[in-house]
Design a protein around this ligand. Structure first.
Ligand SMILES: Cc1cc2nc3c(=O)[nH]c(=O)nc-3n(C[C@H](O)[C@H](O)[C@H](O)COP(=O)(O)OP(=O)(O)OC[C@H]3O[C@@H](n4cnc5c(N)ncnc54)[C@H](O)[C@@H]3O)c2cc1C
Length: 308
């Protein structure tokens, strides 16, 4: 029996801690329950949407008029011998990183300290410190209209902060990952500590956010010629990726604030909530950043977060 709740404040279910309520919300932990929840939405003629930990979303002030579904299969099974890992989509990415490292497997240490669930991380091909989901994911299991479908790595269309799951309907319910055994000289637990320290040193602390707001900018060859004239460092252009935090900082926007929404003085690509922030404040800062960066560098920033 589903425990569908009404008028659930989504501010309590997203790391920004702002925005309105969901008309209906339910947590499920099996595929059967998930199918039941989707059927309930259909019968009651409301839209539905799956969320993980809400660490990459901005909930609008008006909230969500339909049914929010949390898929909470948090299972993590690591086979130390073969290096295969079976995970439920509701497992926390950082918990999975810890389990993999403790088993002496390597390649997923970058995910230490990344908030959110494996489902959300696969959806956006999350990444940090040179690693991405696509490096360790082998198969993704998705509930679609006709039942569970398994996508092999080369069918997932992983790209920078993107995957086929962003543009095709379906709920990610689990994944198979594979990580190689660490060499004796490489201790995955030590590597995780380094990754966590780097995050602590470079990201704002103590204020609510949704991580990086914009994707880093990937210029075309034509744009690179223009950007050279605007003193964008050669190493960014050679990598075909300009850190958006740098573009925002160079535009003089660090610390810029509307209402409670502030561009973090620590990291230009973070918008932090300084208290009593409305979703509309965040959206206004996003628009201002896009406009100033467009004016100064001639590039169009794209949001990394999804709007609910
Ligand atoms: C402080 C901070 C630091 C961060 N650092 C990083 C970082 O280093 N690298 C990085 O990549 N990201 C980072 N993020 C962003 C965020 O942690 C990741 O994008 C994370 O993977 C989102 O997972 P989630 O469960 O919270 O997804 P949610 O925010 O709940 O959802 C994000 C999107 O995924 C969809 N989704 C979620 N679960 C499923 C599912 N099971 N099936 C289908 N669709 C689904 C949702 O509909 C939504 O559109 C950071 C965020 C914060 C707050």
């Amino acid at each position: 029996m589903l425990d569908i709740k009404e008028n659930v404040p989504l501010s309590e279910h997203s790391t920004f801690h702002i925005g309105g309520a969901a008309r209906y919300a339910v947590a499920v932990s099996t595929v059967d329950e998930l199918q039941e929840a989707i059927a309930w939405a259909k019968i009651n003629k409301v839209t539905w949407r799956v969320l993980g930990s809400g660490s990459n979303v901005l909930v609008s002030d008006a909230g969500y008029k339909g049914l929010i579904i949390w898929y909470r299969d948090k299972s993590v099974n690591v086979d130390e011998e073969s290096g295969f890992i079976e995970v439920g989509a509701g497992a926390l990415t950082a918990v999975v990183a810890g389990a993999i490292a403790r088993a002496g497997l390597t390649g997923f240490e970058w995910a230490a300290g990344v908030p959110g669930t494996i489902g959300g991380a696969i959806y956006g091909n999350a990444g940090a410190s040179g690693g991405e989901m696509k490096d360790s994911v082998r198969e993704v299991h998705v509930l679609e209209k006709k039942g569970i479908k398994t996508y092999k790595l080369d069918e997932c269309e992983f790209a920078y902060r993107s995957s086929r799951f962003k543009t095709n309907p379906g709920v990610i319910v689990g994944a198979t990952m594979k990580c190689p055994r660490a060499e004796n000289s490489n201790d995955p637990m030590e590597k995780m500590k380094e990754v966590l320290k780097y995050r602590m040193d470079t990201q704002p602390k103590g204020l609510a956010s949704s991580g990086c707001i914009f994707k880093n900018y990937e210029p075309t060859d034509d744009e690179i010629l223009e950007l050279q004239k605007k003193n964008v460092p050669e190493n960014f252009l050679a990598a075909h990726r300009i850190p958006t935090g740098w573009l925002i900082e160079q535009s003089g926007l660090k610390g810029f604030q509307i209402g409670g929404a502030q561009i973090s003085p620590v990291h230009g690509n973070f918008i932090v909530s300084t208290g009593d922030t409305k979703s509309s404040d965040i959206l206004a800062v996003i628009e201002q950043v896009k406009s100033v960066v467009r004016e100064k560098f001639g590039v169009e920033l794209e949001e990394e977060i999804s709007i609910v």
